[in-house]
Write a protein that binds this ligand. Structure first.
Ligand SMILES: *[C@@H]1O[C@H](CO)[C@@H](O)[C@H](O)[C@H]1NC(C)=O
Ligand SMILES: *[C@@H]1O[C@H](CO)[C@@H](O)[C@H](O)[C@H]1NC(C)=O
Length: 440
């Protein structure tokens, strides 16, 4: 019943895209693909594998994947382009590649690294700890919206007018974050705004532009708000378009219909956020064709009537439909069973959540990463099981929430999920990183 309903939705979406021009770096062909096949002027439709062709410029060959085609009886694709070493990670089937080699996404989140006024030495220490555990990738915040300037902030608002802070307490500070990451061979996943009120996020845009009590979901629909967000993206993403220290961009941290306050318009559905995700991701690709783009959502399914809340669609996310968006290159999933009504069944519920997203990944043929996960109790026991399930399920990768560091200036923030390098759960992360790297 649920499956049938979502297939109908997909069929309608697919039909409506036939004949449309595919935006740069969007999908333009592949087994089971029914969308548009002609690329915008200046782009050609290049076959990446049997399941995926992509609109690229003739001058930027894409790495040919060397992935197993175990489930296929189709003969292997003959390489037609030589991979170029340009330093940008690309998606290839359900995996990532960098300069023709497999790139394993494993590491942690460090939202605070560019927002706490840390010295370059502290930033370096935080990345060095993660790198020493085998981490390749760190997710962090590329936003802080303020209405009165203090500390590190990336955009300040005066009434309806935002100004990006390009100075030493703004983007020049983010330059330091990138440099510290690169010095440790780490690439950054950068979220561009927040569903939640922490560091301002969506609600600052809505409050400043639409009005003090305006509904949260106006962020996805109000034209002036979308324009303001695009202006921020033009400056922030544009500055780093050629930066190899960036892995990719995320539209938002955990977009939902509801934010930190209860007000919504009552009209927000999964289709609202899907439409917004299409528009904003295509905009990012137009500013920066080099980097991967993802939604940054929690991976909620839209299966009304499903037994547990994260599958029921109530928060305005339809993971399977969003994963099909041609300008989103990989899928994201979070996992907090204790917050999601699954206390007592963390291990089993989490294992199923991982396996279900691995199935979505394999069906859509795009990498999916568990980019935030955690429990506050029994960490070693729970993580042992979850990490094993990630390794076996084939999910593309994961980022722990969150690896802490013991800095000379004190320990990094412990929100109950933090694990420091000298604690038992941290060594699980080390073992897991090498297991993922040696996996096909
Ligand atoms: C929600 O909207 C109502 C009516 O406009 C308003 O009185 C209330 O303050 C709003 N709540 C928040 C948290 O903005
Ligand atoms: C990135 O590289 C392109 C092509 O060389 C160039 O046109 C563009 O100005 C560069 N952007 C930045 C921000 O350096």
């Amino acid at each position: 019943m649920k499956l049938a309903a979502s297939l109908v939705t997909l069929a309608v979406l697919a039909t409506s895209t036939v004949g449309q021009t595919v935006p740069p770096f969007g999908q333009c062909g592949g087994v089971g693909y029914t969308g548009g096949t002609s690329c915008q002027t200046g782009y050609i439709c290049q076959k990446l594998n049997d399941w995926y062709s992509q609109c690229v410029t003739p001058a930027t060959p894409i790495p040919i994947p060397t992935l197993p085609t175990a489930t296929s009886t189709v003969s292997p694709v003959t390489p037609t382009t030589v991979p170029v070493a340009n330093g940008f990670v690309k998606a290839s089937g359900t995996r990532f590649v960098l300069d023709g080699q497999k790139y394993t996404v494993v590491g942690s989140n460090s939202y605070w690294v560019g927002l706490s006024g840390h010295s370059r030495d502290n930033m370096n220490r935080a990345f060095a700890d993660i790198a020493a555990a085998g981490g390749t990738t760190v997710r962090t915040w590329g936003f802080n919206e303020v209405t009165s300037a203090s500390g590190i902030y990336y955009q300040s608002w005066n009434g309806k007018t935002p100004t990006v802070n390009t100075g030493a307490t703004g983007l020049q500070n983010f330059d330091q974050v990138i440099a510290a990451a690169k010095a440790n061979n780490i690439k950054l996943i950068v979220a561009l705004t927040n569903n939640w009120a922490d560091y301002g996020g969506m609600d600052v845009y809505v409050r400043q532009i639409v009005g003090a009590n305006a509904p949260h979901d106006g962020f996805y629909t109000d034209e002036s708000v979308k324009t303001a967000f695009k202006n921020y993206i033009r400056t922030f993403v544009g500055r780093y378009a050629n930066e190899t220290g960036i892995f990719g961009w995320e539209l938002a941290n955990e977009p939902r219909c509801r934010g930190s306050t209860a007000n919504t318009s009552g009209r927000c559905t999964p289709a609202t956020i899907t439409a917004w995700a299409k528009e904003i991701s295509a905009f990012i690709k137009s500013i920066d064709p080099n980097h991967l783009v993802a939604l940054g959502d929690e991976g909620f399914y839209n299966q009304p009537g499903a037994p547990t809340y994260p599958y029921q669609g109530g928060e305005g996310i339809d993971f399977d439909v969003n994963l099909e968006i041609s300008t989103l290159d990989f899928g994201t999933v979070h996992m907090y069973p204790e917050h999601w009504g699954q206390t007592g069944s963390e291990i089993n519920w989490g294992n199923q959540w991982i396996r279900d997203h691995a199935k979505s990944q394999d069906r859509v043929r795009k990498p999916v990463i568990l980019e935030e996960y955690g429990v506050t109790t029994n960490k070693p026991a729970v993580y042992t099981q979850w990490l094993k399930t990630i390794e076996e399920s084939g999910l593309a990768g994961d980022l722990y929430w969150q690896a802490g560091s013991r800095l000379p200036t004190g320990n990094t923030h412990d929100d109950g999920y933090t694990v420091y390098p000298d604690q038992p759960a941290y060594s699980l992360l080390r073992t897991h990183a090498s297991a993922l790297k040696s996996r096909a």
